[in-house]
Design a protein around this ligand. Structure first.
Ligand code: TPP
Ligand code: MG
Length: 780
């Protein structure tokens, strides 16, 4: 174990203890200011979590100002966000103005946010559990970069999650533990603020010790910090053993209630339970009520000395779970109360707290309020000299060149999924630098989503080489999956949360580690829903990846209703920081993939989602490339309408043959009928919304693409919209120019069946399209 020598350990501990107090004050005050001091205009509660912050200030003081190295990255428990901002306030990275605007527009965000907060935030948090698991995946990304020679092993940092104990109830934690074990996870710390309280209640005693078993089984070291040094010293005194045993046997809820009640209550209870045991009465009498309350709540997670000892003792790369016992609301009048999650100190309590710290009125925002000059200077020196103060800012990773065009896969009949696989394979075989930065991943659907050919070419990533047993034994197989350090595919088990968190971490490689990776992940389209919160989480942090949902919709006819995605087009439209395309033809796939690899690298870019299918359809002949520009804006006329035409069919994706057949069938009756291929309902809709908003926000009021396209039709024309998915993704098109719409699509759970049967059942076939068009022109 590394020992701290100079300056003396005691001095470091005392300075950190004082820092702990400053963090407790500043975080409490920031929340108080927002709720009780700042002008309130809407009568709504502002909120903030003083008790959740108080639970963690010692842990964060010890971590940030003692243990953290410049390459370490931390995901902070969402409700301890104010403590993180207080730390950066002390470091000089956070402004007073933003602190004062906590939870206000442009101020400190409620929960740490990479994109919205002005301080360096390594990982956004908010949805509990995700911020924890993402650290494990980022550690795998770090290993990937080291193995690929894109990062020095010596520069490896630790990926750390500061987590609430209730986060241990989130299933994604255990999915991640299993995946982490398979991939030999290292350099990862999870530090549990074990206050045994969640939002609603105190947590179950029965889980005590089970967490150790679970984590140890998955290869983690578990370090438990149960008692602080003061308690440990008391246990050694006569009568101390009985006290220790009493604490060990005390149920969580009772411990919390006594904490809230304070010293006198502790004394009464302890005297009742163990006062008769030898030396106990004398031991208890040696503490006044205040000191007794302090002793009883001197748990490991509030004891700086125990914390730095524990951190110093875990300097190898073994993944480590620290279970730091704490009291929610420690040091505040809220301590231990079961309702304290959203509880807040009232103004009188806050004033008492301020006075107790010797902070003068009006000096509440002073960095070192209430401290003498010497102590303030000592604290400032510790802060200035801490490794975190030297943490380099996130750099700009260079852009990876994207070839001007991707070759279009050949074939008269093709599916978009197969075309996707082919484009990736061609890239894998090319000498393009882009190909070396692509990392693919899938939750056990690599082969069935056409990633297999890329993997055969580029190999599976594994820190330790593993031969392909089947290949060695000369057993024929289409999959040649040698596993080695240079591999570019990260194979995951079936757990879609893990998949999206992996994509999130890979897509943050540029800001995190200075090397841009271009992650490509495939998942069966319906199972996007399984990891939807993790997808949202990745997008919220502006991570950049290419998500491929395939196969989708009724093209999974044989697999039945549970596999036929319906609402994913709406997810694609509704998800910020994700641009969605649904191509119909192979040349569109090549075009959109090229665009995606470029867009993912642009400062104002985003992640991209392609909704694909295994349905092979006849490809269309192209007269030139003019369609491409429009296709990348969200749609193009596959059959241009005659000027002032009265009707058009607008389709998306796999139903192209039906739309074409209907167009041919109707062309005689509806002269000049148009056929619009909507490649991205998402882009069209965004453009339309922006166009409407331009009037108010002062941006250029140029027509949007949907408007330009539909202007080719007569005013009041009729539109039939059709897609293999929720009809709502296209039916809105009627609103752009005030047209009548007949929306076709799927809005019921699917059936098993072949395509002709199901297209007929769900009214996606040419006949349904023709009928819908006819209906538009009947007198109602
Ligand atoms: C996925 C998700 N579900 C619910 C919530 C609402 N929520 C916020 S904090 C919390 C409980 C927190 O308890 P714990 O993790 O123990 O943190 P503590 O405040 O006790 O430190 C809940 C349910 C959330 N933020 N995310
Ligand atoms: Mg808790």
């Amino acid at each position: 174990m590394k020992t701290v020598i100079d300056p003396s350990r005691r001095e470091i501990v005392e300075t950190l203890e004082q820092l702990d107090t400053q963090l407790l004050w500043l975080s409490s005050w920031m929340i108080h200011n927002a709720n009780h001091v700042r002008e309130k205009r809407d009568g709504l509660k502002v909120g903030g979590h003083q008790a959740s912050c108080a639970s963690m200030t010692a842990i964060m003081a010890a971590l940030y100002f003692h243990a953290l190295g410049p390459n370490d990255k931390v995901a902070v428990k969402p409700h301890a966000g104010p403590v993180l901002h207080a730390i950066h306030y002390l470091l000089g990275n956070q402004s007073l103005d933003r602190m004062q605007r906590f939870r206000g527009l442009g101020g400190v965000q409620s929960y740490p946010s990479r994109t919205k907060d002005a301080i360096p935030v390594d990982f956004s948090t908010g949805s509990v559990g995700l911020g924890v698991a993402v650290t494990a995946f980022s550690s795998l990304v770090q290993d990937y970069l080291i193995a690929h020679g894109r990062m020095k092993a010596d520069d490896a940092g630790r990926m750390i999650a500061l987590m609430g104990d209730a986060e241990l109830d989130e299933g994604n934690i255990y999915e991640c533990l299993i995946e982490g074990y398979k991939h030999d996870l290292r350099n990862c710390w999870w530090i549990v603020d074990y206050n045994r309280q969640s939002l609603d209640a105190t947590t179950a005693d029965r889980m005590f010790r089970r967490f150790d078993d679970i984590f140890e089984t998955c290869g983690w070291r578990v370090v438990t910090l149960k008692y602080g040094k003061r308690q440990q010293a008391a246990f050694k005194k006569p009568g101390g053993k009985a006290l220790e045993q009493w604490i060990d046997g005390c149920p969580n809820a009772e411990f919390a209630a006594l904490t809230y009640q304070g010293g006198a209550a502790w004394r009464t209870r302890l005297m009742t339970d163990i006062g008769g045991k030898s030396h106990v009465q004398k031991l208890l009498e040696s503490y006044d009520d205040d000191a007794l309350a302090k002793l009883m709540t001197n748990l490991g997670g509030h004891c700086i000395e125990s914390l730095i000892e524990a951190f110093d003792g875990a300097q190898d790369d073994t993944p480590t779970l620290f279970i730091a016992y704490t009291v929610k609301g420690h040091g505040l009048p809220l301590a231990g109360h079961k309702d304290n999650h959203s509880g807040m100190m009232n103004p009188a309590q806050m004033e008492g707290f301020r006075k107790g710290l010797g902070i003068a009125e009006g000096q509440e925002w002073e960095k070192w309020g209430g401290l003498g000059d010497n102590l303030a200077a000592r604290l400032q020196a510790l802060v200035d000299n801490s490794p975190i103060a030297r943490k380099p800012g996130e750099g700009q990773a260079g852009t990876v060149p994207v070839p001007a065009r991707f070759p279009v896969p050949e074939g008269m009949e093709q599916s978009t999924q197969a075309a996707f696989g082919r484009v990736l394979l061609d890239l894998a075989k090319s000498g393009e630098p882009l190909a070396d930065r692509i990392v693919t991943t899938a939750p056990d659907v690599t082969q069935t989503t056409n990633l297999g050919a890329f993997v055969n070419q580029r190999g599976l990533f594994r820190r330790q080489e593993l031969a392909d047993v089947f290949q060695k034994a000369r057993i024929p197989s289409a999959q040649k999956w040698a596993q080695h350090a240079a591999g570019q595919h990260i194979e995951l088990g079936i757990a879609e949360h893990n998949f999206f968190l992996m994509l999130t971490s890979l897509g943050l490689a540029a800001p995190h580690f200075g090397t841009r990776l271009l992650p490509v992940g495939t998942v069966y389209d319906p199972f996007i829903a399984r990891g939807l919160d993790a997808l949202n989480y990745g997008c919220y942090q502006d991570s950049r990846f290419l998500l491929v949902g395939t196969p989708s919709g009724v093209t999974l006819a044989a697999e039945g209703g549970a596999h036929q995605s319906i609402n994913t087009p709406l997810i694609g439209m509704g998800q910020p920081n994700l641009t969605t395309f649904e191509p119909a033809f192979a040349d569109e796939v090549a075009l959109m993939m090229r665009w995606a690899f470029d867009h993912m690298q642009q400062p104002g870019g985003s992640s991209v989602y392609l909704r694909l299918t295994t349905r092979q359809i006849a490809q269309v002949a192209r007269a030139g490339n003019e369609w491409e520009e429009d296709a990348l804006k969200g749609g193009y006329w596959l059959r241009r309408p005659a000027a002032g035409a009265d009707a058009a069919i607008a389709f998306c994706g796999a139903v192209a043959p039906e739309a074409l057949a209907a167009w041919e069938e109707l062309a005689d009756d509806l002269p000049g009928l148009g056929l619009l291929n909507v490649t991205s309902p998402d882009l069209l809709h965004r453009g339309w919304s922006a166009r409407r908003a331009a009037r108010w926000n002062g941006s250029a009021a140029t027509p949007c693409h949907a408007e330009t396209l539909l202007s080719a039709l007569a005013p009041g024309a009729g539109l039939v919209t059709v897609l293999d998915g929720s009809p709502g993704a296209l039916s809105w098109l009627g609103g752009v120019k005030g047209m009548r719409v007949s929306p076709l699509g799927t809005d019921r759970f699917g059936q098993t069946g072949d395509l002709p049967d199901l297209y007929c059942t769900y009214r996606l076939d040419a006949e349904a399209i023709a009928d819908a068009a006819a209906e538009l022109f009947l007198d109602n």
